[in-house]
Design a binder for this molecule. Structure first.
Ligand SMILES: Nc1nc2c(ncn2[C@@H]2O[C@H](COP(=O)(O)OP(=O)(O)OP(=O)(O)O)[C@@H](O)[C@H]2O)c(=O)[nH]1
Ligand SMILES: [Mg+2]
Length: 462
């Protein structure tokens, strides 16, 4: 990656809109913008104080043709997103004028930006660490208000600060251990051993807490994978429609209506939910239905949460019992539907006890939309009861979880080695490994190929 050249991109989404923004960043950004912009009051971009806007027109320097009427924001280094000189051209948001403005900027000396390159520069120039840079994309992709809040805490450096403090504790501990390497003849006294263990335990606990927060964090980022499972005709598709508040899936009185998995997004009390309606489970004869059932079982297996729907107006079927058994290992809410009809079902004892949400029974009528609020509350509780909601430091990123787990493994080995009174050289190796893993999270030791992969997932212009 070259950071010495000036980059340009269309930063707003493609399509037609009121305004659109072409963005420039780099040491020549002001000069390049000046070549293609004519201010209404003859003002020069380079002479304009930072963080001011100029009104005028984009002009093709080759033939003096006016391309669009624009407002230009002038932002001078270092107080900018990338810490470089930046110009943002606010034009009309049509693809044709914007493409033309971008082309003019490229002709005037800019290079087309790679995806995420503005943010990559912000990272390379030290304005954001890697966790904060990754939070930018999470904020853009936030599924619900809760996801947005968590991403914003990360963007403002909340999680980074926590990771930094763990890193500092690790550095202190490493320095303490390494002091003994210089005196090979001296054994580490037991007082110091205890001190080391105490410090290592603190670090371990902090790592564990962050790893635990990721269960909630990943749900905020990717959605709670929820599968609606049950026999044919119990009202699974009706439930999906009732939750979505529109007729997404076909509902008929014929068993076996749904043949494929239907996936939708829902916002349940701030929690993004990826909900899947599935084909009713039975021993169907036709091939399409068999395939449908296979997919239902797969959806159940992959789900974070199973909504096991039973028909309250009929007695418990063998398949119901089998599904109750099958869902045993899963976080499950038993949803007894058709509560508007006379009830014949015996609420089955669920094999699961103990953990919140599991084996919980909720009565609803999907058709008359009753009991849905309680169901939604129960769904939200299964997430929140396990979570560290309210805690500022929530880990939402798989890359961070892996690195934290790696650091934790090293700390566990460190503890074992301390107990065995291994020589300080070996102890220090474990701490270095933990430090590297933590450094990878915030981008201190992250290899270039990983960095490039992270930024290539961004959109162009960010
Ligand atoms: N009385 C009553 N009928 C319901 C209720 N929910 C669903 N039904 C009816 O039950 C029938 C089956 O509903 P669906 O939602 O298609 O059931 P399903 O579980 O998706 O069925 P498959 O797709 O075949 O597996 C339809 O006639 C619905 O109108 C309810 O709460 N009360
Ligand atoms: Mg259905």
């Amino acid at each position: 990656m070259h950071t010495e050249d000036t980059i340009a991109a269309i930063s707003t989404a493609p399509g037609h809109s009121g305004i659109g923004i072409v963005r420039l960043s780099g040491s020549d950004a002001l000069k390049i913008a000046e070549r293609i912009f004519l201010s209404a009051r003859q003002k020069k971009i380079r002479k304009t104080p930072s963080h001011r806007m100029l009104y005028g027109h984009i002009i093709d320097p080759a033939n003096k043709e006016t391309i669009d009427e624009v407002l230009v924001s002038v932002m001078k280094a270092p107080h900018t997103y990338t810490r470089e000189d930046m110009v943002e051209i606010n034009s009309h948001g049509g693809p044709v004028p914007m493409r033309r403005i971008l082309d003019l900027a490229l002709h005037a000396g800019a290079r087309l930006a790679e995806p995420g390159e503005f943010t990559q520069r912000a990272f390379l120039n030290g304005r954001l660490d890697l966790v904060q840079a990754e939070a930018v994309i999470d904020l853009i992709n936030a599924l619900t208000e809760q996801s947005r809040k968590t991403a914003l805490v990360q963007l403002k450096g909340g999680l980074s600060k926590k990771i930094q403090s763990i890193r500092e504790e690790l550095i202190d501990l490493a320095a303490f251990v390494e002091a003994y390497i210089d005196f090979p003849d001296e054994d580490i006294e037991s007082l110091s051993l205890n001190d080391m263990k105490k410090r290592a335990l603190n670090i371990q606990q902090a790592l564990q807490k962050l790893i635990e927060s990721s269960r909630y964090g990943m749900i905020l980022r990717e959605g709670l994978k929820t599968a609606i499972i049950g026999r044919p005709n119990v009202g699974k598709s009706s439930l999906l429609n009732a939750l979505l508040e529109h007729d997404r899936a076909i509902v008929t009185e014929v068993p076996g209506t749904t043949r494929d998995v239907i996936e939708e997004y829902l916002n349940i009390k701030g929690i993004p939910v990826r909900i899947m309606d599935t084909a009713g489970i039975r021993d169907g004869k036709d091939i399409a239905e068999k395939e449908g059932v296979k997919r239902s079982l797969k959806a159940m297996e992959d789900a974070d949460l199973v909504l096991l729907v039973l028909d309250g107006s009929s007695t418990l079927h063998t398949t119901d019992k089998e599904l109750i058994e099958k869902s045993g290992a899963k976080n499950t809410i038993v949803v007894i539907n058709k509560s508007d009809l006379p009830q014949k079902i015996n609420v089955p004892p669920h094999p699961l006890h103990g953990k919140a949400g599991e084996g919980t029974v909720v009565h609803i009528s999907a058709k008359h939309e009753t009991g849905l609020d309680e169901l939604q509350r129960t769904i939200a509780e299964t997430v929140l009861s396990h979570s560290t909601e309210g805690s500022a430091e929530v880990v939402t990123n798989t890359r961070h979880v892996y690195a934290l787990e790696k650091a934790l493994v090293s700390m566990e080995s460190f503890m074992t080695e301390v107990d065995k009174q291994t020589s300080p050289e070996f102890l220090s190796i474990e701490l270095r490994d933990a430090l590297d893993a933590i450094g990878d999270i915030i981008g201190i030791t992250t290899p270039d190929d990983i960095l490039n992969r992270i930024f290539s997932n961004f959109c162009i212009g960010k």
